[in-house]
Design a protein around this ligand. Structure first.
Ligand code: G6P
Ligand code: ZN
Length: 547
């Protein structure tokens, strides 16, 4: 069957952001939009010998438009000459599971269809991300090449074939392409069994341990049910909102204290389970809450780094750790004590890929509720819960006790992120530009709000593995006492601009450690507002979301 060559013209704006191309569903449904982007991906990543020996993995988070987009991607993969395709049943693959499948099957790469934690449905968001043969998101040089290819298109290739039945496991053919609909959970579950002691976790649940896992009607439902309830014997009902829905039940599938409010309230209530956890639309984020005790993602990374050796996969210790620049420095202190390197990367999981591939780090994480390890090349929500369960099973204590003993041993990095969503994009850009100019006038030793400035800059990263340099990764103001304010514009939104302000202060004083985080950071919040002129420029007095 010969490919159909459909003439097209470049569509501007196909520049992948922090994590792939994210747009409104309506944008993706515009004539040729999806096809143009897919063809740009194939053109950018096509090896000199073509795709004749290549396997492509395809799956998504089940959001609205997922199935149609997968049918288009399959036809175009076949028309572009891919030898094989593996697609998750019903079009589902969590992002970490897609990474695991790419690695387990030696695939050329994968297409992950997701807009992560953004809302779904016909008026919601959609997204596509290309991951390479290491299972990780394409690095900047590849996403730049995709953008360039999108501006050079004059046609795309497809086939005229009926839809593939995505509901039936097993092989299918599409032109010359040999496809297979696979169980989306199987490879991932096998990997988790190799990393963790499932017998020990079974005993934990048999002893009455209670977990509440909120899948937020997103992709982790089938994974969490198979792992926590079926394999580990947690009682039915442990997994809530476990059925993936195209509109996530009308909610934002973002596991934070705003969108996972019901879980948070339960965990703060009188009959709270031992561990509350949630994951996002595509299953790579995690929220961890103990009984009466929210664990910030930055702290979770530090606490897992300090305790990872309690799980079989990490029993021999960690090669190193990494965190994104805006993530708190709590993990740095653990690394220092363990005598291992700690890398500071820009926001975006793709920046961990080289460090993981080179064996320089074993564990990494971000303030944006992402934690992961070298088992895949994505952050991994269900994995993070399994690692927490492993630590709790080995230490036989509560989340609160782990947090308290951690802070007693290392001190505490009080940390919060204030998001100002849906700002006018021009206003936000002007704010950042003027703030950068203001910060550039500061010199080390200058005093601001009672603190001495150590440095202020626009964060740039030199990748120690491939020598690539990434600039413009966030404005930061760091004080001599370690306190920091960081300002960044989000790279994952689809409308307007979101300004993120990250605030942090370290303390080793027991009375200060016990303080409420927002109170502990109030002076820095006021200073951040004053420096950026946020209220005056935007008329906003309060952040839209505080995490
Ligand atoms: C996605 C990426 C993360 C990143 C997060 C926040 O989840 O995978 O690596 O930290 O987005 O990005 P943003 O640009 O919105 O702050
Ligand atoms: Zn996600």
């Amino acid at each position: 069957m010969s490919p159909i060559r459909v003439p097209t013209r470049p569509i501007p704006g196909m520049k992948p952001g922090t994590s792939g191309l994210r747009k409104r569903v309506q944008d993706f449904r515009a004539p040729h939009y999806l096809e143009n982007f897919l063809q740009a991906v194939f053109d950018a990543v096509r090896p000199p010998e073509g795709f004749g020996a290549a396997t492509l993995v395809i799956g998504g988070d089940g959001r609205y438009f997922n199935r149609e987009a997968i049918q288009t991607a399959l036809r175009m993969a076949a028309a572009n000459g891919f030898a094989r395709a593996l697609v998750g049943r019903d079009g589902l693959l969590s992002t970490p599971a897609a990474s695991a499948v790419i690695r387990a099957h030696g695939a050329f790469g994968g297409l992950i269809l997701s807009a992560s934690h953004n809302p779904g449905g016909p008026d919601g968001d959609f997204g596509i991300k290309f991951n390479g043969s290491n299972g990780g998101p394409a690095p900047e040089k590849v996403t730049d090449a995709i953008h360039a290819a999108s501006l050079a298109l004059d046609h795309y290739l497809t086939l005229d074939t009926p839809d593939v039945d995505l509901g039936r496991l097993g092989p299918f053919a599409l032109g010359e392409l040999q496809g297979e609909v696979i169980d989306p959970v199987a490879d991932y579950l096998a990997l988790m069994r190799r990393l963790f002691d499932f017998d020990a976790l079974q005993r934990l649940f048999a002893g009455g341990f209670r977990l509440a896992f909120d899948a937020m009607h997103a992709v982790t439902g089938p994974y969490a049910t198979a792992i926590f309830e079926q394999a580990l014997g947690a009682p039915p009902g442990t997994v809530r909102n476990g059925r993936p829905l195209p509109d996530f039940g009308g909610h934002h599938p973002d596991p934070n204290l705003v969108h996972a409010r019901a879980l948070y309230d339960e965990m703060m209530g009188p009959d709270a389970p031992d561990l509350g956890a949630a994951s996002d639309g595509d299953g790579d984020r995690n929220l961890i809450i103990g009984r009466g005790c929210f664990v910030s993602p930055s702290d979770s990374l530090a606490m897992l780094a300090a305790n990872a050796h309690l799980a079989p996969a990490y029993a021999r210790g960690l090669a190193g750790v990494a965190r994104s620049m805006p993530t708190s420095g709590a993990v740095d202190r653990v690394a220092a004590r363990l005598g291992i390197p700690c890398y500071e990367t820009p926001t975006g999981w793709k920046f961990f890929g080289n460090l993981l591939d080179a064996g320089r780090i074993t564990l990494c994480g971000e303030e944006s509720a992402g934690t992961g390890s070298d088992h895949v090349r994505e952050k991994d929500g269900v994995w993070a819960v399994l690692l927490w369960l492993s630590v709790l099973a080995a230490r036989r204590c509560s989340v609160t006790e782990i947090a308290r003993s951690h802070w007693a041993a290392y001190g505490r990095n009080h940390y919060t992120r204030h998001d100002h969503e849906d700002l006018d994009a021009d206003v936000a850009r002007a704010l950042m530009r003027d703030l950068a100019a203001r910060l550039a006038t500061l010199a080390p030793g200058d005093r601001l709000g009672g603190r001495a400035v150590r440095l202020s800059d626009d964060f740039a990263y030199l990748d120690p593995v491939d020598g690539s340099r990434s600039t413009g990764q966030g404005l930061r103001l760091v004080f001599e006492d370690g306190a920091r304010i960081v300002w960044r514009l989000s790279g994952t939104g689809t409308v307007g601009a979101t300004l993120r302000v990250y605030l942090e202060r370290y303390t080793a004083d027991p009375a200060d450690i016990a303080q409420d985080t927002q109170a502990a950071l109030a002076d820095l919040v006021a200073l951040a507002d004053e420096l950026s002129g946020l209220a005056a420029r935007t008329g906003r007095s309060e952040p839209s979301v505080i995490t």
